[in-house]
Design a protein around this ligand. Structure first.
Ligand SMILES: O=C(O)[C@H](O)[C@@H](O)[C@H](O)[C@H](O)COP(=O)(O)O
Length: 325
């Protein structure tokens, strides 16, 4: 299948690569053209303007926008809306706020353009592992794009099948879900990231407690010098708390058990805040997720070892750099 792809950052470039590996035709555009050139050398058709990208694609066009959420994406979607023709499809694969999707889908529908939102998880590892995708949009449009989703998703892999799923939609088992109409994909991804904050915070606090067991504030006969790198490693193997986030923590601690390369000032891109907003709107008690968000704010005032563990995980899955000042 043919796809236009706008935005060749950490995620976009690897999405193009994974599609090309499966013989899909990818037409790419990026504001800085050196990234276009690099992808062109790997087999993509590269263009130097959005207009040329649109002109290269057969109808109905499918264009995946993989840009930072907010104004940059909004502006690009406005530009595309002015260039595309009825039946063409805009896909937003970034971390957009789901209410923006709902608004955009309605506005684009009035111009007979289709809109699909894709919450894309997997970060910098997606090329090899595949991307977990949470998709919102009209059923017929999502089905039309299926060859792309099927290629980008991890597939069944070697994860054991869940008993009781025979005869059901097999897309979730292959790593992507059609969650509902426009906005539903990013809503599910938003909650995914809210949970991500909570899980990360739990590991971070646990490792901080282990590490400070040798504090000189404790009575001398109660101090322990725990090897946190080894604890992370052993918990990966058969323990109840094993997970990919723990794998990433183990990688970071094996490299430097003090995490000296991290400032511990933990950034956030919005989805944790929106998850807490949704919890408030729906009157759902979400104390763990809310506290995890506030812990990130606190880290910017007074970073601890726990905050460095969080930074190490964010670097691990998303390549987010929180450098030491
Ligand atoms: O599922 C994922 O692959 C990640 O969640 C990814 O989407 C990204 O790395 C986050 O946006 C980081 O989010 P914060 O900046 O809010 O930590």
């Amino acid at each position: 299948m043919q796809l236009g792809l706008i935005g060749l950052g950490r995620m976009g470039a690897n999405i193009a690569r994974r599609l090309m590996r499966d013989k899909h035709d990818v037409v790419v555009y990026n504001r800085s053209l050196d990234k276009v050139k690099a992808l062109q050398d790997e087999g993509a058709i590269g263009v130097d303007s959005v207009e040329k990208l649109v002109a290269q694609l057969a109808k109905p066009r499918a264009i995946w926008v993989m840009l930072p959420a907010g104004n940059v994406t909004e502006h690009m979607i406005d530009t595309l809306a002015g260039l595309l023709e009825p039946g063409d499809i805009i896909i937003d694969g970034g971390n957009t706020m789901y209410k923006d999707d709902m608004r955009r889908a309605k506005a684009l529908k009035a111009r007979q353009l289709e809109y699909v939102d894709v919450g894309t998880s997997g970060g910098i590892w997606g090329l090899e592992r595949g991307y977990c995708m949470m998709i919102g949009g009209e059923d017929k449009v999502v089905r039309h794009l299926d060859p792309l989703f099927s290629c980008l998703a991890p597939g069944l892999g070697n994860i054991e099948r869940t008993p009781g799923r025979d005869g059901r939609d097999d897309r979730p088992e292959r790593g992507y879900i059609h969650a509902g109409p426009a906005g539903a994909g990013h809503f599910v991804k938003m909650v995914h990231n809210g949970i991500e904050y909570g899980l990360m915070q739990a590991y971070a606090e646990g490792f901080d407690i282990l590490k400070t067991k040798n504090s000189d504030q404790l009575p001398e006969d109660q101090r322990l010098d725990i090897n946190v790198a080894d604890v992370a490693e052993v918990w990966r193997r058969g323990s109840v708390v094993s997970s990919w986030l723990l794998d990433l923590t183990a990688i970071a601690l094996a490299k430097d058990a003090k995490l000296n390369g991290f400032s511990g000032e933990v950034a956030d891109s919005g989805e944790g805040r929106w998850t807490v907003d949704a919890a408030v709107e729906q009157a759902v008690p979400a104390p763990v997720l809310a506290t995890s968000l506030f812990a990130r704010f606190r880290s910017r005032q007074d970073a601890t070892f726990a905050d460095k563990v969080l930074s190490a995980m964010r670097f691990g899955f998303g390549g987010h750099v929180e450098e030491k000042k």
